[in-house]
Ligand binder design. Structure first.
Ligand code: FMN
Length: 161
């Protein structure tokens, strides 16, 4: 199967949207990712797939921990912002408010939910690498709705019926 067909079909698998953040040698970075999944409950593992050609790939390879901010329906602009390539910087994460967790991982303020992960392991994934993280802390805001990604565009949830 060619990559366009594959991408088109997998686009029917609606997902949430996250920003995965790192701090390596004092340099902050974040990128938009929807190839994110929970993996295991004991221990609590998740995975993030990162394109080998992206800056995030190099950062995740070196990072001892990373943050996963699950975006709310109000954060479409945040998703678009972090879907553009940017060099890591010392000043912060694209001028957005953030905090640093117990592992040193940066986490965006205002997300629907967040997890702080210790880097666990990696697996080969074609033109991506699969980065596994063990969640050490997290939280969620029950008041907010999620941002969704479906067939190449953003969507919002609407209740059935
Ligand atoms: C909704 C959405 C989801 C994305 N998911 C991923 C992903 O899971 N993995 C990935 O490597 N890139 C993903 N991207 C693309 C990256 O966000 C984009 O290539 C970004 O420029 C990478 O920045 P960097 O090179 O600074 O790391 C996604 C983009 C969008 C808009």
């Amino acid at each position: 199967m060619d990559s366009n067909s594959f991408r088109g079909i997998m686009g029917a698998f609606a997902t949430g949207v996250t920003v995965v953040t790192t701090c390596v040698d004092g340099l902050y970075h974040g990128f938009t990712a929807n190839a994110v999944s929970s993996v295991s409950l004991e221990p609590p593992l998740l995975l993030v797939c990162a394109d080998k050609g992206g800056i995030a790939h190099g950062q995740l390879t070196r990072a001892e921990s990373f943050g996963v901010s699950i975006l709310s329906a109000e954060q479409e602009e945040v998703s678009t912002l972090f879907a553009s390539r940017a060099e890591p910087g010392t000043e912060g994460i694209r001028d957005l408010p953030f905090r640093v967790g117990e592992t040193g991982a940066p986490l965006l303020d205002g997300a629907l939910a967040w997890l702080e992960c210790r880097s666990h392991s990696r697996a080969e994934g074609g033109d991506h690498t699969i980065f596994f993280g063990e969640a050490v802390d997290g939280g969620s805001d029950a008041e907010q709705d999620p941002l969704l990604f479906f067939r190449g565009g953003y969507r919002f949830v609407s209740p059935l019926g």
